[in-house]
Design a protein around this ligand. Structure first.
Ligand code: AMP
Length: 397
């Protein structure tokens, strides 16, 4: 973090992209809560804060008359909760650049906090426009980036703005620091055995991640919809289960590569299969490569659960991304929930990331037993894939 910030205005990029209900109330405050330690630490050192963030996709979801739906996409909705969370009144400016905004942030006193309006009201934000970023930079004497969830975007407020600050005047916030160091810990020096569990719908989304983990994981567990592309690659019958035909060859290649690299690849040997994609469908247990015509695998089966539990019990490091079944439906949630609990029961280091896996950990009531829960979805995946994230590069150089 920065030093000597007493009396300084800190422009802080935060991730306040929280879900709202129809009354515009926040239904999950995690993203705000996780950045509070950064904000409190800066305030306690005598700084004032200008907070900037994006919120949803206001330019993609315009009103019928072509104007921005300000009521729906204003960051004003987070002000009451944020004020409560930091124990201080937060002022709000209904623009993020322009005279009004500059006037409001110029004379901030130590301890004062201002939240700027949604940066994505301007197309320049996503375009990474340099002039727009220059205008944003005028709000601070120094810049702190605590928005890991947006670090994979080369946007004006996430990366370009940092170029207007000297190295000694820009830094990561505490959350961003923790995200980076925990992800690096897994990739660089994991306690062994290192076990990665990847689930979710599509192989195509996770293929780079699986390839990358071949380099350093001891065991890779694949579950969820994407496992059936692997069973197809082994010439199994998968009925109507999810399958990406164009990835079958690549899946076969990965199976071979795991042998070559001496990585244990665990695919769920059995599945809970259903005759319809519905919570009221008929169910039975089947070997995952012997699914009858008309049926589909929607969760991992009991043998697979116990096999995965054995692998997790011995793990020194566990990383988990993606549900192992259609956990949104109660009949297909068991595999995902049991895995969440087994990760929590493990004594090694555990890192869980991605909205669905985090939701499963929370629903299982074991969040406090996970060593690190990432706030990044896409950002975490790209970081683990080994990509350089613009939001990180802009600070680290
Ligand atoms: P992803 O965004 O790729 O992590 O995928 C998450 C989605 O995968 C969730 O909505 C799950 O319902 C879905 N999913 C997990 N397992 C299966 C499965 N066996 N068949 C179909 N969808 C699945």
């Amino acid at each position: 973090m920065l030093t000597n910030i007493r009396g300084k205005r800190i422009l802080c990029r935060v991730d306040f992209n929280v879900p709202l209900n129809e009354q515009f109330e926040i239904t999950d405050t995690t993203r705000i809560d996780r950045t509070v330690p950064t904000l409190m630490s800066l305030l306690n050192e005598g700084a004032s804060l200008v907070l900037m963030a994006h919120f949803g996709r206001p330019l993609k979801k315009k009103k019928e008359d072509g104007t921005i739906d300000v009521e729906k996409f204003t960051l004003k909705h987070v002000v009451p909760y944020l004020s409560k969370a930091i124990g201080k009144e937060v002022s709000f400016v209904s623009d993020c650049i322009g005279e009004e905004a500059i006037k409001a942030t110029t004379n901030l006193k130590p301890g004062e906090v201002i939240l700027l309006e949604n940066t994505r009201f301007y197309p320049e934000e996503k375009n990474g426009d340099v002039d727009f970023a220059a205008k944003l930079s005028k709000h601070g004497d120094a810049f702190v980036n605590d928005a890991f969830g947006a670090a994979h975007r080369a946007h004006a407020s996430t990366s370009v703005v940092a170029s207007f600050f000297e190295p000694e005047h820009k830094a990561f916030g505490l959350l961003m620091q923790a995200e980076i160091s925990n992800a690096r810990k897994v990739m660089k020096n994991p306690a062994r055995p290192c076990v990665a569990i990847f689930g979710g719908a599509k192989v195509s989304d996770k293929i780079k991640l699986i390839e990358r983990f071949m380099d350093f994981a001891d065991t890779i567990i694949i579950g969820g919809g994407m496992s059936y592309t692997f069973f197809k690659a082994m010439e199994g019958s998968i009925g109507r289960s999810l399958c990406e035909d164009e990835y079958v060859d690549l899946a076969a290649d990965l199976i071979e590569r795991a042998k070559e690299y001496n990585v244990q690849l665990i695919l769920p040997s059995d599945s809970i299969i259903a005759d319809d994609f519905s919570n009221t469908a008929n169910l039975k247990v089947s070997a995952s490569g012997e699914i009858p015509e008309g049926w589909m695998g929607l969760d991992i089966g009991p043998k697979a659960i116990s096999h995965i539990q054995d692998a997790l019990r011995q793990a020194g490091t566990i990383i988990w991304n993606g549900p192992l079944g259609v956990f949104e439906m109660s009949n297909f949630a068991k595999g995902t929930m049991q895995v969440a609990q087994s990760i929590a029961a493990n004594d090694g280091f555990s890192l869980v990331g991605g909205g669905d896996s985090v939701a499963a950990v929370n629903a299982s009531g074991v969040a406090d037993k996970i060593d690190f829960i990432s706030t990044g979805g896409g950002a975490l995946l790209e970081f683990l894939e080994g990509k350089k994230l613009p939001g990180i590069e802009a600070i680290e150089g």
